[in-house]
Design a protein around this ligand. Structure first.
Ligand code: FHF
Ligand code: ZN
Length: 187
């Protein structure tokens, strides 16, 4: 079981590496890792389990955060609308790739945090509002999905980890709360 002790923190060199692509179809070991990453996210969002295991709530996790420099990410974003459970995004992606992105940009109104960063970093993290991503699933099938708004932000945060990029790299240094015109603010 993955716990907070398995997650490396900023300053660890692995977080600044470009992670290696994984062989497709994913090995049994990489499939198991993906399942454990999703389970961690589910546990972290379960109030009882999170308290018991001292987990910080998370919606995404990238293998480099476990000191595994492989291009594997997990996202578990629950649907905000109980009437629409199919809106949940819960996937493991092997070798994900952003094929295209919107010109329009977006950011979370609350800013971002990271399981590998034990401090508050204020500022808007401006990203693409919509992305098209290709990836391989656990069976080695190639998938292509379009994501927008919150889902798109989370997946970009995770893919950044595969490229050694941290969320605060995107914050305007001079003025962290400055927003250009047209940036969609997701509340
Ligand atoms: C999180 N937590 O998941 C943040 C951090 C925008 O690389 O967003 O570092 F638990 C991955 C519902 C809504 C339930 C939000 C991407 C953030 C990715 C993890 N929590 C939440 C929730 C959350 C990081 N990460 C603050 C831990
Ligand atoms: Zn992160």
């Amino acid at each position: 079981m993955i716990t907070m002790d398995d997650i490396i923190r900023e300053g660890h060199p692995t977080l600044r590496e470009v992670a290696q692509e994984v062989p497709i179809p994913p090995s049994a070991e990489d499939v198991k890792l993906g399942e454990e990453m999703i389970q961690f996210l589910k546990n972290s969002q379960d109030p009882e389990k999170a308290e018991e295991l001292h987990l910080r709530g998370g919606v995404g996790l990238a293998a480099p955060q476990l000191d595994i420099s492989k291009r594997i990410i997990a996202v578990h974003v629950p649907s905000i609308d109980p009437e629409k459970p199919e809106a949940e995004l819960s996937t493991v992606m092997y070798n994900p790739k952003i094929l295209s992105h919107s010109v329009q940009q977006a950011c979370l109104g609350e800013g971002e945090g990271c399981l590998s960063v034990d401090r508050e970093v204020p500022g808007y993290v401006v990203r693409a509002a919509r992305i098209t991503v290709s990836y391989f699933d656990k069976d080695g099938n190639k998938q292509k999905i379009r994501l927008k708004n919150y889902d798109a932000i989370v997946v970009q945060h995770e893919i950044d980890h595969l490229n050694g990029v941290m969320f605060y790299d995107h914050i305007n240094e001079q003025n962290p709360l400055h927003l250009e015109d047209g940036v969609l603010v997701i509340e």
